[in-house]
Design a protein around this ligand. Structure first.
Ligand code: GLA
Length: 412
């Protein structure tokens, strides 16, 4: 079975992408595609959605037991799914050419095609919880750029987890699904990620950011008063080769920093240490690179706290400054930015009406997020797009983020 013509589903362009939410016509198109692939007989498939996320500040702090401050966005992954009452799981995506069929009774294993691992990793988690899996037909459609630092993978994992919980009457709370999705990423995608992405996708709320303490998962949804400004996401469109292994390398470097610091302090994670304590004791880390890694994480934690209080006081300009400092630390101390992200940020900061600009997500390519006065957005796109192209030869894509709700059922 071939996946039918799909190009007209894709909405990205190097212009400003339109505000997207699937309307009735789009969802019917998706249902027609589903029927073309799997046949129209059987249960009516149910439509679910999980957003991607943009992290406002608090980068590379989550796996260190620190604070993060992400929000869910309007772009993400749709999933049409139904039970097929057989013993086969069938997977297809509008965005990807590959599809697969797996027997339910076999233990699930890592797949050679990368994107299969996100849903299959989640099936595996349900298996491990003893929630009996039955045959299912699944069709995914993402309107979020993949592998660009906006959590397209967490969005696939969470939409799958939420849908399985619904169809199999799993009775699990969203936070349990969040943890299962994170495990799926560790075990099937091989990335030792923190919990931020899955948590933001699960617990996001319109017009709010999720202020999360990753050491105990206490969180608060904090209003983001943008008053005349927008969050503009800009994609470097730089291919992110080796990003996963560099990410895992940073995780290991932070563990090393903890090992040095724990001679002096009884800590198990960098997030356990305040900046003044670290500042006085930092020389107990003999390696200069490891010391800088720790400096980023511990100072970034403070910036999250300062950002939350700035927003609570409606001080957008202070928040913008903190975004800038965060990027500079990710560039100089954590070294996860690179030429393309740094160029985008430099160009953005030259434009009037930009309060702050920083990379978002893991880095090594991917996207920046900028806080831009609404009336300056056309000039922002023009100037940043032109400057970026002239310096890097690449074309940037722009997305205006709307802060949306977390994972949900869209239609029965
Ligand atoms: C990726 C990971 C997250 C987090 C960020 C960096 O998005 O999946 O857990 O570590 O990078 O802040």
């Amino acid at each position: 079975m071939e996946i039918p013509e799909i190009a007209n589903f894709i909405v990205y362009s190097n212009q400003l992408s339109r505000r997207h939410f699937m309307n009735k016509q789009d969802s019917e198109k998706l249902r027609t595609t589903f029927n073309d692939i799997y046949g129209a007989d059987g249960d009516q498939p149910v439509l679910f959605f999980a957003p991607g996320r943009v992290n406002l500040i608090g980068e590379h702090t989550d796996y260190n037991g620190g604070f993060v401050f992400p929000c869910a966005i309007q772009y993400g992954t749709y999933l049409l799914v139904r039970k097929n009452y057989g013993n086969l799981i069938r997977l297809a995506s509008v965005n990807e050419p590959e599809k697969t069929v797996l027997p339910v009774e076999n233990p699930f294993s890592k797949q050679p095609v990368r994107w299969f691992n996100y849903p299959i990793g989640v099936f595996d988690q349900f298996n491990k919880k003893g929630i009996g899996i039955t045959g299912m037909d699944l069709l995914f459609y993402g309107d979020i750029p993949a592998n660009a630092g906006l959590s397209s993978s967490a969005s696939i994992e969470m939409v799958t987890a939420f849908a399985l919980n619904h169809l199999l009457n799993g009775g699990l709370e969203i936070q349990a699904l969040v943890k299962m999705a994170q495990k799926a990423e560790h075990e099937f995608a091989g990335v030792q990620c923190g919990i931020m992405d899955q948590f933001a996708v699960g617990m996001g709320k319109a017009n709010h950011a999720v202020f999360l303490n990753c050491s105990n998962l206490e969180f608060k949804q904090v209003p983001v008063p943008l008053s005349g400004h927008k969050l503009v996401i800009t994609n470097t469109n730089k291919p992110r080769s080796l990003a996963d292994s560099k990410y895992n390398e940073r995780v290991a470097e932070c563990q090393l920093a903890v090992a040095f610091l724990s001679d002096k302090f009884s800590i198990t994670k960098l997030g356990d240490l305040g900046f003044p304590q670290f500042f006085k004791a930092q020389d107990c880390i003999p390696d200069e690179v490891i010391r800088r890694r720790a400096r980023h994480v511990i100072s970034e934690n403070q910036r999250v706290l300062a950002s939350v209080s700035s927003l609570m006081k409606n001080d957008l300009s202070q928040f913008g400054t903190l975004m800038n400092v965060s990027h500079d630390s990710l560039r100089d101390n954590y070294e996860v930015t690179g030429f393309e992200l740094d160029t985008l940020v430099e160009e953005a900061r030259k434009v009037r009406g930009v309060l702050g600009s920083r990379m978002t997500g893991a880095g090594f390519g991917g996207c920046t997020v900028s806080l831009v006065k609404e009336s300056s957005i056309p000039a922002f796109m023009e100037k940043v797009g032109t400057g970026y192209k002239a310096t890097t030869g690449l074309t940037a894509d722009f997305y205006i983020a709307e802060i949306g709700d977390g994972v949900r059922k869209v239609e029965s």
